[in-house]
Design a protein around this ligand. Sequence first.
Ligand SMILES: Nc1ncnc2c1ncn2[C@@H]1O[C@H](COP(=O)(O)OP(=O)(O)OP(=O)(O)O)[C@@H](O)[C@H]1O
Ligand SMILES: [Mg+2]
Length: 350
Amino acid sequence: MIEIQNLKKEYLTKHARHVALKGINLKIQDGQVFGIIGKSGAGKSTLIRCINLLEAPSEGHILINGEDITKLSNEKLRKARQKIGMIFQHFNLLSSRTVYDNISFPLELQHVSKDKIHTKVNELLTLVGLDQKARSYPDELSGGQKQRVAIARALASEPVALLCDEATSALDPETTDQILTLLKRLNKELNLTIILITHEMDVIRKICDQVAIIDEGEIQETGTVTELFLSPKTAIAKSFTENSMHLKLPEEIQSKLYNDPYQAEHLSPVIKMTFLGDSITTPVIAELNSKFKVSCNIIQANIERIQAQSVGITICHMLGEKDNWEKALGFLHQQQIKIEVIGYATINAF
Ligand SMILES: Nc1ncnc2c1ncn2[C@@H]1O[C@H](COP(=O)(O)OP(=O)(O)OP(=O)(O)O)[C@@H](O)[C@H]1O
Ligand SMILES: [Mg+2]
């Protein structure tokens, strides 16, 4: 387990003092893919660089399997660092070395024998799907291939955790998917803990188990990825998830919504239904009609994926007498569906 306790980081420049991390507390369990998301300047890179002490924390502790690495001597710290691999947005490969020699580099620094290096590098090349590229130079590779080399190099010392700082931000969507799939496979096959920072919710949605949202150097919200998507609590979590799930209501719909049912005549609720897995809203909507004489005008519907799970989101306008839709709402709240009234609209609004 990786534990971050009360981590603070202050940058002092000639003219200013900037507090980049204001007391971060996080626990990352073994084998998790843990995502940290935040806007530009939120402190993500600072945080991930403090985890392997590439950046010295101003205060706080980093515990790896119970050992506080902020207290280690330089020699011991060097050893501890080998157990945490890292990959970057711009790959950071050595351009004068071949793919093979890039991957072997950390092992050479540890004075591992040539034979062992040979076996290990070939194993890693196969693992990341680059057997054919051993003798190529980084300049001769695509972005996705370069990131595969970086991943293989990071895994050479058999780390317990891999830190990824915007590892897919320089890649196109298809290559991003391939790298994320590779990371997930490594997570499963090697039980590798992955800490991944990104400003893209789609990355979190595809491979993370757990997520923390950071803003202005503070953690705003943490939880499982499903929890975060289905019930975001903070404004920043809502904005990240809405953008990723294409939930932002178009302006022409938003402009027709009233905040309460008495603001105009004959208003009825517009609701958002979110449901997990294969449960489908159609039977529920049919029941509203037969039980309560309430019909539903579907304004927007989509199915999204969170990891391997499907999540359906339907926005619909309930039409019927007030007494009836009130009962229907009560009924909906008892179903296995998350219901949120997002406003009220007149009968012919949509
Ligand atoms: N070496 C430094 N000296 C002074 N200030 C710094 C230094 N590194 C980062 N900062 C400041 O700390 C804050 C957090 O920076 P950080 O690089 O951690 O953000 P980030 O979340 O990774 O952003 P991005 O998504 O743009 O990479 C920023 O305001 C930044 O200007
Ligand atoms: Mg950064």
